[in-house]
Design a protein around this ligand. Structure first.
Ligand SMILES: [Fe+2]
Ligand SMILES: [Fe+2]
Length: 402
């Protein structure tokens, strides 16, 4: 199957993966042939791209760490909370804590349950094949927040954190951008650069988020501090307070209690947040291909992101996820095309690739090659249909807009 931009969908194409609605119910099953009405509905719902069957490697499912149902249900609970925030607040700031309506606590409980579900699924999956989930435009903040949660708790699990810490980290990641409710949507989704005044508005969202979550009076202060600190940088040039990091995971006794330090859980959230932002389509730029996501994360390690946390990220997240269509570079397969069919837990970045086409575009017998045996062969991802033509040009990533 291949990923196709919605503008390139045609009747009779068949979906490669089922699509779910906000309640986790199947909206369109895999294999269903599309018709004009379905295609219109997908566009109206804000989908950017979907997987369709193309007769090549349709048996290889694109990787995902958690089920689509859990993703969608958590997104819908998040949307419910954001809606309440809009109702009770002025510019995203609650007038007083008692102004939260009773339904708020039910939604918070649902979100904690969603975090438990995500944790269960993260703990149940021994090997991680990568993430190739498709995110849609209109619900970007919710789906981005859920993905940040999944990656954040996966990193926390890798670093051996206790389940209670992971639970608070999970809720903090889900709510990290709740302060965006205090930033005008036109500013958040503005294609092109922001004015200095608009930038100042965007930079308010961590503080607004902190105040909002604090006023919810949760059983732990961790989520509110994650929201407050998720745009801080190791070198102190982040916002809103210019806190510093040590680029280490383990804090020494001397480090404890030093004022102005970013807390570890917020550093995990920051790595997950940046990863998710880079790998998603945005109104002002399309998703970066996986190799550019990896390159950018490595470039940000040290100055922006905690270097040891980024190292841990690359020990759990393969650059090229299962199901990704790739182009091979280097002898003896230079210019060939294939699909990632297996990822080795011990060598995440040298997957097994099923060859589909030779360099002349001719279909080849579907042999599988293990890249561990071909050190001279590197991979780049095949661009999704439409990227060569109508999609907006790739621009430099703007970290203020994660
Ligand atoms: Fe943010
Ligand atoms: Fe974010």
């Amino acid at each position: 199957m291949r990923r196709v931009h919605v503008s390139h969908l045609r009747p009779a194409m068949a979906l490669g993966k089922p699509l779910y609605d906000r309640n986790g119910r199947v909206l369109l099953a895999a294999g269903v042939p599309l018709n004009a009405r379905f295609i219109e509905a997908l566009q109206a719902r804000g989908y950017t791209s979907v997987y369709v069957r193309d007769g090549l490697a349709d048996d290889v499912a694109p990787a995902d760490l958690i089920s689509e149902e859990v993703r969608m249900v958590a997104s819908s609970h998040l949307e419910a909370l954001f809606t309440i925030v809009t109702k009770v607040s002025e510019h995203g700031e609650p007038r007083k804590p008692s102004s939260w309506p009773g339904e708020t606590w039910r939604v918070i409980e649902s979100l904690y349950r969603d975090v438990e579900d995500i944790l269960d699924e993260v703990f149940a999956s021994e090997a991680f094949d990568g993430m190739a989930a498709v995110k849609s435009h209109d619900s970007y903040t919710y789906e981005h927040s859920v993905e940040t949660t999944v990656v954040g708790v996966m990193l926390g699990k890798r670093l051996g954190l206790q389940r209670e810490d992971l639970r608070q980290l999970g809720l903090g990641c889900l709510l990290h951008d709740i302060g965006k409710r205090g930033v005008p949507t036109e500013v958040l989704n503005k294609p092109g650069p922001l004015t200095s005044q608009e930038l100042a508005q965007v930079k308010e969202h961590p503080r607004i988020g902190f105040e909002l979550i604090k006023s919810l009076d949760l059983d732990s202060p961790v989520p509110q501090h994650i929201a407050w600190q998720h745009h801080e940088k190791q070198d102190g040039t982040g916002y809103p307070r210019g806190l510093h990091g040590t680029n280490r995971v383990v804090r020494s006794i001397a480090d404890l209690g030093v004022p102005g330090r970013i807390m570890l859980l917020a550093e995990l959230a920051a790595v997950a947040d940046v990863f998710s932002a880079l790998a998603s389509d945005r109104p002002f730029r399309p998703a970066l291909p996986p190799e550019e996501v990896a390159r950018t994360l490595r470039a940000l390690a040290g100055s922006h992101l905690n270097r040891e946390v980024v190292d841990a990220f690359f020990r759990v997240v393969p650059t090229f996820p299962m199901g990704l269509r790739v182009v091979l570079n280097g002898a003896p397969f230079d210019g060939w095309r294939g699909v990632v069919v297996a990822v080795h837990p011990s060598q995440l970045h040298r997957p097994v690739v099923r060859l589909l086409q030779d360099s002349a575009g001719r279909e080849v017998p579907h042999a599988e090659i293990d890249l561990r045996r071909y050190p001279d062969v590197s991979l780049s991802s095949e661009r999704i249909d439409s990227e060569a033509g109508s999609a907006p040009p790739r621009t430099v990533w703007d970290p203020l807009r994660a």
